[in-house]
Every structure is written in structure tokens, then in C-alpha cells.
Design a protein around this ligand. Structure first.
Ligand SMILES: NC(=O)c1ccc[n+]([C@@H]2O[C@H](COP(=O)([O-])OP(=O)(O)OC[C@H]3O[C@@H](n4cnc5c(N)ncnc54)[C@H](OP(=O)(O)O)[C@@H]3O)[C@@H](O)[C@H]2O)c1
Length: 249
């Protein structure tokens, strides 16, 4: 991706894109940015009032009316993901893009002291939810001419670092799922890539680095060039790749 990439204003016009964790942070910025470029966004996340804030911001800005799907991934069963995909099938009949963005940081502690409960929660939110959502959305993405799936990784999804425990391992799993799916879905014309946001001023970042001055970190909206590029037709032909979002900041 060209670091000076500028998406055209109607890049995602007529496209339907699901964003998880759309109530705050990077997910909210991505949902607003996709809508601003013409997409109808399906806002998925745990906390209803945050999704409603994103919804209101999109509608107030005059962008296509989004849809809300509150779902707590730490508690959801396969039938919930099936129901979500069924709702999309009924309302839209297809899906053009799927951004896996929601994540749970969990404890930062030595593996020796990591609790099974925390480990399972992080994997349920960061891995199992992505698997089940993808599984049930693939038939909808096959109905799109240029379907795109985007997984969110992290620096610790490429290189393990002490104390990053389940979160780091879950991000390695995200990278793996993206590679597997890129291979499996190539013949369907569905591209599957991974994005590493780098550093963004969010609640999760503040929790992971409490000693940092958040004002020195870029706002999520500054990363949106890469998120738009990977969801729009300018990235056609690119699959199984890993992109650093900060190249465009
Ligand atoms: N910020 C960074 O510097 C950075 C760096 C590398 C990677 N990342 C990755 O970028 C992505 C976004 O992170 P962020 O910094 O924007 O985090 P954030 O501000 O904490 O937002 C996380 C989002 O995930 C949702 N979420 C958490 N648990 C959930 C659950 N059980 N069910 C459904 N949704 C749930 C939250 O929903 P609610 O708030 O509505 O409950 C929230 O919208 C994550 O995948 C993260 O790993 C971020």
C-alpha cells in the first residue's frame, strides 16, 4: 500500500460491511469511516449504548443508515452467530466486508500465573468469535463480487513478548486464521488480510500502557487509510497479506 494512499470519497458506495467492536476505539473509527465512504455498516459489539453512539454519529453525518447487532462474544454461542448471519441474509442477502476488530486484552502476567478463566475468555472473544462469525458469514461473502475479510493483529501477534499471555497467543491465532482463509477463499474471489494498527489512542492501549501519555498516540481516525484500502477495490488481488496501519499516518 502506498503510504500516501488517498481513498476516493465513494470508495465503498453500495457496499455492506460488518465491523465488530464498533462502539469505541478503532472499531468506531472504522465504522464511521466506512460509512463516510458510502458503506452501509453493521455495527456489532458488546455494549448497546456505545453502538448507539456510533449509530447516531453516522446518521447525524448523513451517511447510509447502519444496523445494530449487540452481542457479547464472551457469552455468545454458535447459534448467536448463526442468528446474526441469518439476520444479514434476510435484510441484505449478502455481505461485502467483515472487519474483525473487537478484542479483549485480559491479564498481562507471566504464563506461570495466568488463570484458565482469563485464558478462555480472551480466546473466546479474540479467536472463537472470529472463527464462528467468519464461518457463518462466508456464504454471505460468496454472494459479493469482491468480498473482503480483515483480521486485526498486533505487534505481539508476530513476536511473542513476556507477560502478553493469552492476548499475544490469540493474535498469533488471528494471523493463522487469516492465512488459512486466504488460501481457502482465493478461488471464491474473497480476499483475507491482516492489519496491525500499531499504536492508537484507545481504552485498550491505556490499559496496556498505563504510564504512557495518551495524547502522544495517534487517534484511531488517523489509521483509517489502511482500513479503507483493505476493504475497498484498490486492494483487489491482495490476499494473505499483513499491513501495518501506521504507514498511512
Ligand atoms: N489501540 C492500539 O494501540 C492497538 C494496537 C494493536 C492492536 N490493536 C487491536 O485493535 C483492535 C481494536 O482495539 P482498540 O484499541 O480500539 O480497543 P478498545 O477501544 O478497547 O475497543 C475494543 C472493542 O472491542 C469490543 N469488545 C470487547 N470485548 C467484547 C466482547 N466480549 N464482545 C463483543 N465486543 C467486545 C468493545 O466493545 P464495547 O466497548 O462496546 O463493550 C470495543 O468496542 C483490537 O483487536 C486490538 O487488539 C489495538
Amino acid at each position: 500500500m502506498d503510504k500516501n494512499y488517498i481513498p476516493r470519497p465513494d470508495l465503498l458506495s453500495g457496499r455492506t460491511i460488518l465491523v465488530t467492536g464498533a462502539g469505541e476505539g478503532i472499531g468506531r473509527a472504522a465504522a464511521e469511516s466506512y460509512a463516510a465512504h458510502g458503506a452501509t455498516v453493521l455495527l456489532v459489539g458488546r455494549t448497546l449504548f456505545r453502538l448507539e453512539d456510533t449509530y447516531d454519529a453516522i446518521v447525524t453525518a448523513g451517511h447510509p443508515q447502519p444496523y445494530l447487532f449487540p452481542l457479547d462474544f464472551s457469552k455468545a454461542e454458535e447459534s448467536d452467530y448463526q442468528g446474526l448471519a441469518g439476520g444479514i441474509a434476510q435484510e441484505m442477502g449478502h455481505l461485502d466486508g467483515l472487519l474483525h476488530n473487537a478484542a479483549h486484552l485480559g491479564d498481562l502476567s507471566p504464563m506461570e500465573h495466568f488463570s484458565l478463566k482469563q485464558w478462555e475468555t480472551v480466546f473466546r472473544v479474540n479467536v472463537t468469535a472470529e472463527f464462528l462469525l467468519t464461518k457463518h458469514c462466508i456464504p454471505l461473502l460468496k454472494q459479493s463480487h469482491q468480498g473482503a475479510i480483515l483480521f486485526t493483529s498486533s505487534g505481539v501477534g508476530q513476536r511473542g513478548i513476556a507477560y502478553w499471555g493469552a492476548y499475544s497467543a490469540s493474535k498469533f491465532a488471528n494471523e493463522g486464521m487469516a492465512q488459512i482463509l486466504a488460501d481457502e477463499l482465493e478461488s471464491e474471489g474473497i480476499r483475507v488480510n491482516t492489519i496491525d494498527p500499531g499504536v492508537a489512542r484507545t481504552v485498550m492501549r491505556a490499559k496496556a500502557f498505563p504510564g504512557e501519555n495518551p495524547n502522544q498516540n495517534p487517534e484511531p481516525k488517523r489509521l483509517m487509510g489502511a482500513y479503507l484500502y483493505l476493504m475497498g477495490e484498490d486492494s483487489l488481488g491482495h490476499s494473505g497479506e499483513r499491513i501495518n496501519a501506521w504507514v498511512s499516518t
